[in-house]
Design a protein around this ligand. Sequence first.
Ligand SMILES: Cc1cc2nc3c(=O)[nH]c(=O)nc-3n(C[C@H](O)[C@H](O)[C@H](O)COP(=O)(O)O)c2cc1C
Length: 210
Amino acid sequence: MRLLHIVANPSPLEYAVDRHLANAFVDALCTRAPDAAVDTVDLYDDPPPYLDGPTLRYFWQRVGQPDYEPSEIEREASAYARRHCALVRTASVIALTAPMWNASMPAILKSWIDQVICPGETYRFGDDGPEGTHAIERICVFTTSGAAYTAGEPRDCFTNLVRSAFGFIGIDRVDVVWADGQNRAIYADHDARRERAMAAAAALAADVAG
Ligand SMILES: Cc1cc2nc3c(=O)[nH]c(=O)nc-3n(C[C@H](O)[C@H](O)[C@H](O)COP(=O)(O)O)c2cc1C
């Protein structure tokens, strides 16, 4: 098993509940599956660019025109996407760690998703539509929010987006560990909510380890 762990939270570990959830998951996973390899990418150390015109041309011109010769500018612009798509292709599980911001994921994580759901790199167009060209079996999301949520409800534009975007390239298994209700001023049971999520992270590790 190879886990690609994408972290999208600028807060340090001592303040970031989602990082604690993810660490509990990774620690439990590595205990249960000592052969597991973990690649961790902190997006604030390796930030994705916005998907731009030269990058789009690099990947999409090849879809209808396999012998397309990209320009040097297109090659350079697409370097991040190619590097991160290669990471995705070597992984069997992806973990996404990020807080809920403005009803969705931090923009830096959306930018990363825009870079790695990429024709010719992580999917191709087959006779019946898009087909994944990766070995990802499942995605595990570790998140936290100030308000109380139910994953999948209409205002949850985070995990619904993950399911929809990665479903497009054939990844339908998305597990969510979510410490909601972390606003201390509103939810007296915020600690209990966090502890439940920590237990859920460990249980998910047991399931992923098999
Ligand atoms: C910019 C920003 C936007 C936020 N938007 C939301 C939101 O839409 N819904 C919500 O429930 N909490 C929201 N919050 C609260 C955070 O999700 C909450 O504090 C969370 O526990 C932070 O996660 P962390 O401890 O892992 O950094 C927001 C916080 C910030 C800083």
